[in-house]
Each structure stands twice: as C-alpha cells, then as structure tokens.
Design a protein around this ligand. Structure first.
Ligand code: URA
Length: 436
C-alpha cells in the first residue's frame, strides 16, 4: 500500500477499504505520511466524499489511534454530550449539574475553543482555581463520588483527530460531513460514555448552514454511535443567533448560574432541557421527555442543581462561593452600550460575526496556546424578532482595551439586519433523532 495510490484512488472517486483507511490514519499519526500528502487526501475526500462504511472506518481508526478511556469503574450508565459548536453555547455547564443531582453519572472530556469563542474548558477556567487537568483515575473517582467531572481532553485521546483537525483547519477541509462526523465521534467513542447526546447546530453560526445539511450530519453520527454500540441521540438546534444572553467566558458561567437559579433565558433553557432530557432517558432515569423535563425542572426549583454545581467546582479546586455570589467574578474595565443602526425589528444575525466581535475583545484564541481574557464579552438585550430603537442600547460589550472595544462594536452592529417588519424566529429545537 502507498499513500500516492490511495490519494489517486479517492481523487478518482474510488471507495477505500477499512485496511486502506487504517493505513492512512496510522501513517499520518506516526509521522510516516507527510502533511502535504494528507492535505491532498483530505481535499480529495472533501470533493469526492466518503460513504458510510468509509466514514465508520475512519472514525474507528481515529478512535483507536490513542488510548480509549475505560469508564467501567464508574457505577451506572455514563452519559456524555457534544455540541458541533456555536456562539454563546454554555449548556454543558447547566445540564451537567442537573443530571448529576439526579444521580446520573456525567463523565466528560471537553476541548478548548479555537476561533471566536472559548470552549467549555475555557469557560470553567474563568472560575478561580478550577482545575481542568484530571488524570483518568481522578476523573473516575470524582464521578463515583459526586457524579460529575469535566476535564480537558488528554493528548492521547484520539491523537489522529487532533493532528488531522489542525491540518483541516489550515487547508479549507473542515466542513465535510464525513470528516466532521468522524472527528466528533472518534473523540466521543474514545471517551468511553455509554450514552452520547449530540447537539447539532444549524444556521448562520454553525458549520451546517441549513437544517437539511444538519440532519444529514446528525443521522450520520447517530448511525456511527449505534454501530459502535453506544446509545446515541441527536438534537438539531437553531444557531441563527447566539444562544442565551451572553457571549464570553466568565459572562457565560454567570449566565449558567442564573439558569440554575431559575432565571434562564427562554431559548437557552429550552435547548438545555431538551438535551438533558435525552441524557436522562438514555441514563435510565426517566421514560419520556415529559417526565425527564419535570424531574430536571425540579432540580432547579429545589436548588439541588445549583448546590451540585458548587460541589463540582469545589471538587475541581475552584472557589464554590463564586457560584452563590457571582459578583465575585472579575469584571472587564469598560462596559460599552451598543445602539442598533436604526429603529425596527431584528430580523437576521450573522452569528459568527457576533462571535468575531467577542474574539476581537480577547474572548477567543487564534491558535493553540493563545491566552483568553475571561472577563470580556457581550451581553445581549434583544433577540431575533424583537423591536429595537436607535435610542436604546440593544447590547453591552465588555472589554479591557478601548480600541478593541470600538472595533468589536462596529463588527457587532453590522452582524444584525434590521427591517421595518416583524418576523418570527425559527424554533430553537428543530428535530430529534433517537437511536434505532
Ligand atoms: N468539532 C470537531 O470536533 N470536529 C470537527 O470536525 C468539527 C467540529
């Protein structure tokens, strides 16, 4: 077997065998296949696509490229969740404590953000002292003790995906269904949970711009999960505007706390409840979405989910008082009111541009190792469909640098389209795909 022949085979529309795909993945991971050949191969996949068998083979080869986390020492059905990425998405911080307070073990490896906003790990690190580097043993012990742990992905979890994803980012080959599905599912399979709930985003802030594309990706990932023996659900959710009222790391943690205090923004609460309900059903804690949502709602009403968040923060070295006193979170130096370009109705949002505004303030990273400023970000006062007036702020930006604030403000204002006619925003939950 040699890489040149395999590039040609895919370039010409051929179907690769499992052995050929394993050869490519292991050869690239151990350095025998150079970046230039792998780049050419990825571009061939981008144009010629992969069928389901090839996509499953690619997923399994990447999942097996490092260590698989063995969670069998955790009692009960372990649940995990993954989002395909969006702006203002802080659902893991909310649903984790809700499920853990109901006794469902949440064991999750999470990534750092690359691009406009931070990932779950970056958000958690905005809590003083919070440690996201946990060994496999410590993660298992903590989940057995308090039912929840979220840790940064270890270097040896699906290392092939890490290397390939970096190359895809640099070669314009990210947004391909098979490459996204195999990238996400390889990490989920290697992370060891029994139940996987996928939040597949669609819209202007998502990889998949249309609901049809999102549904195809979702079905592909659910099939991979099922074939690998994991109970996998996918919920397709709207990302035509940021989720909730905040974008930015510490601001998003504070918003997660507000949801657990029963003061959540409607769309954020709805998405979180939907995802959590399938995690609860998959984990054996409820029979129907209605029953699951009622139980989840109770964890907010009786304060057990908020207490669980504080317990979890404490277990990972953070200061639990910050959960009960969110005013402890450090603030950015400047708060800037932002006025809409004109009076009317918010009818469209280029969501990734809102993410870029947060990035310009210092809330994201361009490359691995860049530092994130946890204090900066955006607070939205209005959502799609709302009336806005040119005399009233429709958002606040938070920053530590006047010039960056000004740049971010322009970018933010231009992200929105305002018209004179009201519009009805798309439903935030679009489709649910359950295991066969
Ligand atoms: N998230 C991933 O982990 N991989 C992709 O390819 C896209 C989003």
């Amino acid at each position: 077997m040699n890489m040149y022949d395999l590039i040609m085979k895919k370039r010409n529309g051929g179907i690769l065998s499992q052995a050929e795909i394993r050869y490519i993945v292991s050869g690239f991971t151990n350095g025998e296949i150079p970046d230039y050949q792998m780049s050419a191969f990825l571009m061939a996949v981008y144009f010629q696509k992969m069928n389901m068998e090839e996509t499953v083979a690619l997923t399994l080869a990447m999942a097996d490229s490092g260590e698989r986390l063995d969670l069998s020492a955790i009692e009960g059905i372990k649940v995990d969740k993954h989002s395909t990425g969006g702006v203002g998405d802080k659902t893991s911080l909310i649903l984790g404590p809700m499920l853990a307070s109901l006794g469902i073990p949440v064991a999750k490896m999470s990534g750092r953000g690359l691009g406009h906003t931070g990932g779950t790990i970056d958000k958690l690190e905005s809590i003083e002292g919070f440690c996201t580097t946990l060994s496999g043993d410590r993660l298992i012990r903590q989940v057995n003790d308090i039912k929840i742990a979220i840790a940064g992905q270890t270097a040896n979890l699906a290392p092939a995906d890490k290397k390939i994803y970096e190359l895809r980012n640099a070669t314009g080959t990210v947004d391909n269904e098979s490459l996204i599905a195999s990238s996400i599912m390889s990490k989920k399979l290697a992370s060891g949970a029994d139940v996987i709930v996928l939040d597949v985003k669609t819209g202007s802030g998502a990889f998949m711009k249309t609901p049809e594309e999102a549904e195809r990706l979702a079905r592909c990932m659910v099939s991979i999960g099922d074939m690998a023996g994991r109970k996998t659900y996918a919920v397709i959710t709207d990302m035509n505007e940021p989720l909730g009222n905040t974008v930015g790391n510490a601001l998003e943690v504070q918003e997660a706390i507000a949801v657990l205090q029963g003061k959540g923004e409607a769309r954020l609460t709805e998405v979180t409840m939907e995802l959590a309900s399938y995690m609860l059903i998959g984990g054996g804690g409820a029979a129907t979405p209605e029953e699951a949502k009622r139980m989840l709602r109770e964890t907010i009403d009786n304060g057990t989910a908020l207490d669980k968040l504080a317990e979890w923060v404490n277990a990972q070295g953070g200061n639990p008082q910050w959960i009960y006193h969110p005013e402890c979170f450090p603030k950015a130096k400047w708060e800037e009111a932002v006025y809409p370009a004109e009076t009317g109705y918010l009818t469209a949002c280029r969501t990734s541009e809102v993410g870029m505004a947060s990035y310009l303030l210092g809330g994201g990273r361009q490359k691995k190792g860049d530092t994130i400023d946890p204090t900066v970000g955006i607070r939205l006062l209005k959502h799609l469909g709302d009336a806005v007036s040119a005399d009233e702020p429709f958002a606040y930006l938070y920053g530590n640098d006047r010039q960056k604030l000004e740049e971010a403000k322009q970018r933010f204002i231009q992200a929105y389209t305002i018209t004179q006619r009201p519009m009805r925003p798309s439903p935030v939950i679009q489709t649910v795909i359950a295991p066969q």
